[in-house]
Write a protein that binds this ligand. Structure first.
Ligand code: SF4
Length: 388
């Protein structure tokens, strides 16, 4: 059995590989089969996989590249991820990717899809629209049409014509993957000292570039290794981190939270890897099944339209379910969806008497001292209150 260090080392190498070497190797090993990239957060990866192509999650530059040309395309008051994604493309790092899907997250991503069409006319580009009506007969009907359009496009791009059974097989593979991730998250929530969040995140992140079965095996391997590892249990505060569903915080920030005395027992990092949060039906009409998975089992997040109800209630329920003692509202600077929702979440947390703290970050943040002091003070105050 591989050790935790070996598995995390493999995941860390994938995280730091901005040349997408693993994607290039996959293509070579599969006779030049194509790869399709997608921006955070949800796209039907099952359809890319079923068409014989590699889905590749594009999660920005991780603060690992200097953004020079990307900055020229955007005003200053905008988040970092579109700049670094453009920088990756303009520096040739995304050349091994043949198609790009832009999910419906926010105006920035919508506009980026239009820019991509203009800048890279030789690439396949599609904005993946999602319904704002969750009635299967209304929004579902629209959405199945969108998925059919996308499926036809992907078959054309791959030059293959697989049938519905291929999609069902992919749905089963992704269900298995999400179940493994669910087990990993459950272990971290139960025994956070065994699963530091930065490690769980690296393992989760590897799913952006690995074929799905390979990633499922990695997650299962990590769970077994983490269970077996002898790690000290500390008197840290149990916290939920939320707001980080799109542009990702730098790895150093996740390490800082734990060094400051926080055990992260739930988060929405790389949320697309765990979306939907229940199995998709593996037996019925597959596009209908994917549509229903989105309509009925999308996780609560600011990036998804919610017609009514208390938007803060799912966070309060998550706090209770995970026995969290506080919430860290960590959102990318200039992220409209996350920051516009934050006051609603704060009100709900206040009403439920759940302590919270909030800060903003960018993927290129390099100094963590201020956050360490803030998170440390937060963790200390939780411990003092809980002992009062
Ligand atoms: S970080 Fe926020 S504003 Fe920026 S692209 Fe993502 S969802 Fe949109």
């Amino acid at each position: 059995m591989s050790s935790v260090e070996e598995i995390v080392g493999r995941a860390d190498a994938l995280y730091h590989d901005l040349e997408f070497g693993s994607v290039k190797r996959w293509r070579e090993a599969h006779g030049g089969a194509k790869a399709v990239g997608y921006l955070p957060i949800w796209v039907p990866r099952e359809l890319i996989d079923a068409a014989g192509m590699l889905p590749v999650g594009l999660m920005g530059g991780r603060g690992l590249i200097e953004i020079i040309r990307g900055d020229a395309w955007f005003q200053s008051y905008i988040c970092q991820i579109p700049r670094s994604t453009i920088e990756l493309a303009l520096t040739g790092r995304l050349d091994a990717i043949d198609g790009f899907l832009f999910p419906s997250i926010c105006d920035v991503i919508r506009n980026l899809s239009g820019m991509w069409k203009v800048m890279f006319p030789q690439k396949y580009v599609r904005y993946v629209d999602v319904p704002q009506n969750y009635d299967s007969a209304v929004g579902g009907r629209f959405f199945e049409g969108e998925l059919r359009h996308l499926w036809n496009d992907l078959k054309k791009l791959s030059g293959t014509d697989p049938g519905d059974d291929a999609i069902r097989a992919s749905i089963a593979r992704y269900n298995a993957n999400r179940r493994a991730i669910g087990d990993l998250m459950a272990l971290r929530s139960e025994q956070p000292w065994r699963v530091p969040t930065w490690e769980a995140y690296l393992v989760l992140f590897a799913g952006n570039v690995l074929p799905v079965d390979e990633h499922t095996a990695m997650v299962r391997e990590y769970i077994a290794a983490a269970r077996a590892a002898d790690r000290p249990r500390r008197d840290n505060a149990r916290v939920v981190v939320t707001g980080s569903f799109c542009e990702q915080p730098p790895l150093g920030l996740l390490k800082t939270l734990e060094l400051a005395g926080c055990y992260v027992v739930a988060d929405d990092l790389a949320l697309g890897r765990r979306w939907p949060d229940a199995d998709v039906d593996e037996t019925g009409e597959p596009l209908h099944a994917l549509s229903e998975g989105f309509l009925k089992h999308s996780p609560p997040t600011a990036a998804r339209y919610e017609p009514d109800g208390d938007r803060g209630a799912p966070l309060v329920q998550l706090v209770k379910r995970t026995r969290a003692e506080g919430v860290v509202l960590a959102a990318p600077s200039f992220c409209d969806p996350a920051l516009l929702e934050q006051p609603i979440l704060q009100d709900s947390l206040d009403a439920a008497k759940v302590p919270w703290t909030a800060f903003k970050y960018s993927e290129s943040l390099g100094q963590f001292q201020v956050i360490r002091e803030q998170a440390g003070t937060f963790a200390d105050s939780i411990k003092l209150w809980s002992e009062a």
